[in-house]
Design a protein around this ligand. Structure first.
Ligand code: GFB
Length: 331
């Protein structure tokens, strides 16, 4: 774990913190990390208790609670197939949640807010690794353009409120995430949990092949969600002047990743080994590849003193153990 600024961490510990989306993979990791860091005053609301797409509910909740800090980890997320199949739901839900929470946070004087985005905000043909300043320099990848537009809007909301109202709203753009509490539903999940489940079930049933979507050639950078949560707390604890020094008023986001990537075929080999499956891999080109490469330039966050510590092999193994501990929950 990376050590956050002690003075700022004390402010976080003394404050009231709202974690939006605490039931999800990212939100639950954030709650674990905040509790480990000694932050005990957390406000957590289930979707049934608070609908973040409902502006009035969000305003009433913020007025009643008046949190000091907000981590905006609530989002409608999914893998390539889900993004491609339900574009309206991805753009609408994410736009509404970002607009409602960010505006209500401003209205009640939230001291600091951290908005979580995604590396798919960058253009399809961006030079690799993708640095923060390639945002809005080209056309987006089509399978997840609606989701990406909503996430770009979230960054621009934070920036605009900072410029117009002097708020301290920050944004982090994580690369592809995985870990405990991931989604293992084969239709809506991302590649890493999908392959863990597919190899596991193929091993159990003695199936001779496992199907992998696309060509296996696209490259992705995978970050364990506990590393991301650590980065979020670290960045939320940067003094405002330090954060400002590494960002820009019109480009206020920071990339979070490991700095290295693997092809989907290489990822499949790692997962096959962790699971202990001995059959064959079959590629299905009827499914899209999506972006051919999405590697983040993480030099800014590194210069700020943060880096990822969980290796891919180790992270895949612990995620597999987590999946096994869930028993037949995903069957
Ligand atoms: O993880 P994934 O769904 O999302 O897919 P993206 C990554 C790559 O893995 C694609 C391939 O080339 C897929 O075709 N793949 C192979 C598979 N087998 C499978 C499988 O069984 N399931 C899945 N899901 N993929 C998403 C975006 O893009 O990444 C979101 O749609 C978001 O907006 C997220 O940014 C992080 O990396 O292509």
């Amino acid at each position: 774990m990376n050590k956050p600024n002690a003075h700022e961490l004390d402010r976080l510990r003394a404050g009231k913190i709202y974690v939006a989306g605490h039931g999800g993979m990212v939100g639950s990791a954030l709650v674990r990390r905040l509790q480990e860091a000694g932050c005990g005053n957390l406000i957590l609301k289930t979707r049934a208790e608070l609908d973040l797409e409902n502006q009035q509910q969000v305003r009433d909740f913020m007025q009643a609670e008046k949190p000091d800090f907000v981590f905006l980890a609530a989002a409608r997320v999914g893998g390539i197939h889900a993004n491609n199949t339900w574009p309206a739901q991805f753009i609408y839900s994410n736009l509404m949640m970002a607009a409602n929470v960010i505006d209500a946070a401003y209205q009640v004087g939230v001291e600091r807010l951290l908005f979580l985005g995604s590396s798919c905000i960058y253009p399809k043909q961006a030079a690799q690794p993708m640095s923060e300043d390639c945002l809005l320099t080209g056309v987006l990848e089509e399978t997840n353009e609606p989701y990406a537009i909503a996430k770009i809007a979230g960054i621009k909301l934070c920036e605009s409120y900072n410029r117009e109202y002097g708020t301290d709203f920050r944004s982090v753009m994580p690369t592809n995430l995985y870990g405990a509490n991931d989604n293992f539903d084969l239709e809506t999940s991302h590649v890493l949990p999908a392959l863990l489940r597919k190899f596991h079930e193929a091993k159990q049933t003695g199936s001779p092949t496992v199907e992998i979507w696309g060509s296996g050639k696209p490259r992705r950078e995978f970050l364990h969600v506990d590393d991301l949560a650590d980065a979020c707390v670290y960045i939320a604890c940067l003094a405002q002047a330090v954060y400002a020094e590494y960002t820009h008023p019109r480009q206020s986001h920071l990339n979070i990743g490991t700095g290295s990537d693997v092809s989907i075929a290489e990822l499949a080999e790692i997962i096959r080994e962790v699971v202990g499956y001995e059959g064959k891999i079959q590629y299905n080109s009827e499914y899209p590849d999506g972006s051919m490469r999405k590697l983040l330039d993480v030099s800014a966050v590194k210069e700020l003193g943060w880096e990822a510590v969980i290796g891919l092999q180790e992270g895949v193994a612990s995620t597999y153990r987590w999946y096994l501990d869930q028993g037949s929950a995903w069957a």
